[in-house]
Design a protein around this ligand. Structure first.
Ligand code: 5GP
Length: 198
């Protein structure tokens, strides 16, 4: 593997755990990029096609699967979500650390296909806080919120299979923890070139 390639960082965690805010902070480093996923979900108020997601139809999504254009994909609460393979590969080849903000099924597919990936799970401090954050966001109906909380309860035990768990209580602490993970991961032999010393 090319040792100058950027890291592949998977960030999972329940809807409302603050992944989006955490990623926005990490992007300030300048050497990281976030992969824009494809989804069959409808855009929320303020979401822009090509920025937050590539919003595509179910037919287009299936076409991408057939063409092997997705590095991973999964169904989550009635919609499909997937990571565009080419974009991720191009960004990593440019030396950018690429963050995939994806759910658990996709995360485990990535671990299979890209064993060098670093899997990070972010958790809210409590389920009550998760509930509060989802209501405060106000972007989903009560029915959708309930589905997402049920899904969070299923996902939480899988955190133990990740490489790292970042508790997102105080944002500054979570950002510092994720920066530490990125630093440590970039020191792994897969990314560190010592050929001049051998
Ligand atoms: P939301 O609808 O809130 O934007 O996303 C719902 C869930 O889908 C979140 O857990 C999010 O991380 C996940 N997700 C977003 N993009 C992808 C993707 O490309 N692949 C997979 N497997 N999950 C994704």
């Amino acid at each position: 593997m090319n040792k100058n390639k950027g890291l592949l960082i998977v960030l999972s965690g329940p809807s409302g755990s603050g992944k989006g805010t955490l990623v926005a902070e990490i992007l300030k480093r300048g050497d990281c990029a976030v992969s824009v996923s494809a989804t069959t979900r409808s855009p929320r108020e303020g979401e822009i096609d090509g920025v937050h997601y590539h919003f595509i139809s179910r037919e287009e999504f299936e076409q991408r699967i057939r063409e092997d254009g997705l590095l991973e994909y999964a169904q989550y609460c009635d919609n499909f979500y997937g990571t565009p393979r080419k974009e991720v590969e191009e960004m990593r080849a440019q030396g950018k650390h690429v963050i995939l903000e994806i759910e658990v099924q996709g995360a485990f597919q990535i671990r299979e296909r890209c064993p060098e990936a670093v899997l990070v799970f972010t958790t809210p401090p409590t389920l009550e806080e998760l509930n509060r954050r989802l209501h405060k966001r106000g972007t989903e109906t009560e029915e959708v919120i309930e589905k997402r909380i049920a899904r969070a309860k299923e996902e939480m035990p899988l955190a133990e299979q990740y490489d790292y768990i970042v508790l997102n209580d105080r944002l500054e602490d979570a950002v510092a923890d994720l920066n530490a993970v990125i630093r440590a991961a970039s020191l792994r032999p897969a990314y560190t070139d010592i050929s001049g010393l051998l």
